[in-house]
Design a protein around this ligand. Structure first.
Ligand code: WT7
Length: 653
């Protein structure tokens, strides 16, 4: 693999490097010395990061790796996550500081929540959970829109030691049911609905359908958000009836460092969803440290916004636990980016003077498609650090993000991690790293990562292969809920003693790491391994292309052939229809990556099939490319997308 990767990558056109702004570098939270400090004594380094937290009882041992791959961190230590995220800031005299500037989707619908108010709300919710019979160790499923009661519910669970399982509010009743069942949740917290795309969108009927078949659920606690009609059953209790009347006093009980904090299900491509288990001390240590280091957070002056949904791990770690542990002021937004207009996000940044912004490449490419003029109408000068997560960021999207959102001055941190890793693992440091568009760069201080070949040998610089994590890290998943064997098999059996993340990667000549997408998505064309990510990036680097997805389709001559799906940019006009345009694109890829990467076929489409978390479902596009009937579309964010694509392409049915 390595040699072919090398010939391809050396032809990539974007070679600019972006050094940190001098001012940011001079005052950065973390400097280059952190790499040496952590390399000299990795466990000592993590002990110092654990000291950012307030422990009720100090640990006796930093890491127990005597029974790999089952890790324990900060053994014997005790702390309460909610106390660390809320109370300690109030006790330190920062109660009046804003924790969340919450912005509902309907314009003008806002709430400002200080740390003191958050404390009183979390305490009331914790007392309500206790009244409903929830105890330490019980599981609570949370199925909610992006409203303040969502983080409040999570923190209330953490406060009493109940393990939460947040299920993304866009999932079906069947998906919710299997997750409730697997975790044996005793309580479900939900809302009548939330606002999406300008109108109320009901949640409660989905919960009703799910809990009709989940015997473990004793109560459903319902927040009134939209005022929609709901069918009341005797299981249901209203938040305003039960929570509002509780005492706002509650003493947080310290939990063991390894106490289960939450389960979060990842779907994966096959099999039943995996309940990724995260625990207390190590998790909070790494989310707090990485949020401090990667975003250079200055809690006194920064306003931070992560646009993810809390239903994904990004929201758990970088809307709720990391920022609150660090005493940050955050923005939290309920709705979609185009409601009521396509400048809504930029309006929010301008309104709250957001200084750190964290989003996903899929969103960035959507904004590129909508046009440069939209962000240009807003004052975004408060921004000083931009982050990206979720998939490899195409160099073109990186440069656009830096230029049109970051005024050509903000560092862009491309953060690689997973639900399983719990926190950021590979990322630039904004005050240290000279960023390369498209590269996640280096493992963070205290993290060890490598790229290996299929014999588990570390590849030299310039080589490509599989991304692995050879050493345990504090926020790593502890197991798959209820299935230790599946945990070992899924992550630790491909390469002996190495955690295999499922991603392809390469090291460039400087040893910096580039992610190449899931290994299942690598194409084999005439004996050459070609990454879907690289061909997609080459297409997106054409000025008339907004987004693209690439798949390998069976080909009698080359084994697999490259088939690309392309969405033209809004500004590209009429010329994108004809054969000339398709030829122009194929030649562009050939020029950028080499003739071997030239797509056999390019199809112009209006949309791409994506999961609700924004990942392209290449499986469905492969069905189109191979002229098969299209497979299961139930996990698509918008199930009509495949019809739109089929209409456009008469051969695809
Ligand atoms: C997979 C994990 C981590 C929170 C969001 C997704 C891909 C994530 C990057 C990045 C390249 C990335 C990987 C990874 N991914 N961030 N910066 N560069 N790829 O969490 O749903 O668990 O997905 O997302 O393929 O394995 P997730």
């Amino acid at each position: 693999m390595s040699q072919n990767q090398e010939t391809l990558s050396n032809l990539l056109q974007e070679t600019r490097r972006f050094a940190p702004p001098a001012e940011l570098a001079a005052d950065a939270n973390v400097t280059a010395a952190a790499y040496d400090e952590a390399a000299a004594d990795r466990l000592g380094f993590w002990e110092r990061q654990a000291d950012r937290l307030t422990w009720a009882k100090r640990w006796d041992q930093t890491l127990d790796w005597s029974n790999p791959p089952f890790a324990k961190w900060f053994i014997g230590g005790e702390l309460n996550v909610a106390y660390n995220c809320v109370d300690r800031h109030v006790e330190a005299g920062r109660g009046a500081k804003v924790a969340f500037h919450w912005e509902g989707e309907p314009e003008g619908d806002t709430r400002t929540i200080s740390y003191a108010e958050l404390q009183s709300q979390v305490n009331k919710a914790a007392n309500a959970l206790l009244e409903l019979g929830v105890r330490k160790g019980d599981r609570v499923a949370i199925y909610m829109p992006m409203i303040p009661e969502l983080p409040i519910s999570m923190l209330a669970c953490a406060r009493i030691g109940a393990t939460h399982s947040v299920v993304f509010g866009g999932f079906s009743s069947e998906a919710l049911r299997t997750r409730i069942d697997d975790a044996q949740a005793k309580l479900v917290i939900t809302a009548d609905g939330g606002y999406r795309r300008g109108k109320p969108s009901a949640l409660k009927p989905t919960v009703d359908e799910a809990v009709a078949q989940t015997p473990s659920v004793e109560n459903v606690l319902v927040v009134r958000r939209t005022g929609q009609e709901t069918a009341d059953t005797d299981r249901d209790v209203w938040w305003h009836d039960v929570v509002d009347r509780q005492s706002d006093q509650h003493t947080a009980e310290p939990m063991d460092s390894e106490h289960p904090l939450y389960i979060l299900y990842t779907s994966g491509t096959t099999g039943k969803p995996k309940g990724i288990l995260h625990t207390t001390g190590g998790y909070l240590t790494q989310v707090a440290y990485t949020h401090h280091a990667v975003f250079d957070l200055k809690p006194e002056t920064d306003v931070y916004w992560c646009s993810a949904d809390i239903g994904w791990v990004t929201g758990h770690s970088y809307i709720v636990y990391g920022p609150l542990a660090n005493g940050a002021t955050s923005v939290m937004y309920e709705g979609t980016p185009d409601t009521p207009h396509r400048g809504r996000w930029w309006e929010i940044i301008e309104k709250y003077k957001v200084s750190i912004f964290y989003t996903a490449p899929t969103a960035i490419r959507t904004f590129m498609k909508w046009g440069d003029d939209i962000p240009a109408q807003h004052d975004l000068s408060s921004l000083r650090v931009l982050g990206s997560v979720g998939e490899p960021i195409n160099p073109e999207a990186y440069v656009w993000y830096r230029e049109h959102i970051g005024a050509n001055k903000t560092p862009v941190v491309d953060t690689w991690w997973q639900t399983e890793t719990g926190a950021i693992m590979i990322s630039p440091l904004p005050g240290v790293t000279s960023g390369k568009p498209g590269a996640a760069m280096k493992p963070l201080p205290g993290i060890v990562a490598d790229v290996v070949d299929d014999q588990a040998q570390s590849v030299p610089n310039g080589g490509g292969g599989f991304l692995v994590l050879p050493e345990p890290w504090p926020s790593m998943l502890r197991t798959i809920w209820g299935d230790d064997e599946r945990y070992v098999k899924t992550y630790w059996s491909r390469f002996d003693g190495l955690y295999f993340a499922g991603d392809g990667a390469k090291k460039d000549d400087d040893g910096d790491i580039w992610l190449l997408g899931r290994v299942d998505d690598v194409m084999l064309v005439s004996g050459h391994n070609i990454s879907t990510t690289e061909v997609e990036s080459a297409l997106v680097s054409h000025p008339k292309v907004a987004e693209s997805a690439v798949v390998g389709a069976t080909d009698p001559v080359t084994g697999q052939a490259i088939v690309a799906f392309v969405i033209p940019r809004g500004s590209a006009g009429e010329e994108v229809e004809g054969e000339d345009f398709l030829k122009e694109l194929r030649d562009h890829v050939s020029k950028t990556l080499g003739p071997i990467a030239k797509p056999r076929q390019i199809m112009i489409v209006p949309e791409l099939p994506k999961t609700r978390s924004g990942k392209i479902m290449r499986r469905l596009l492969r069905d189109v490319a191979e002229n098969r009937s299209i497979g299961d579309v139930t996990t698509l964010a918008d199930s009509t997308v495949m019809d739109l694509i089929s209409e456009k392409l008469p051969s695809a049915k």
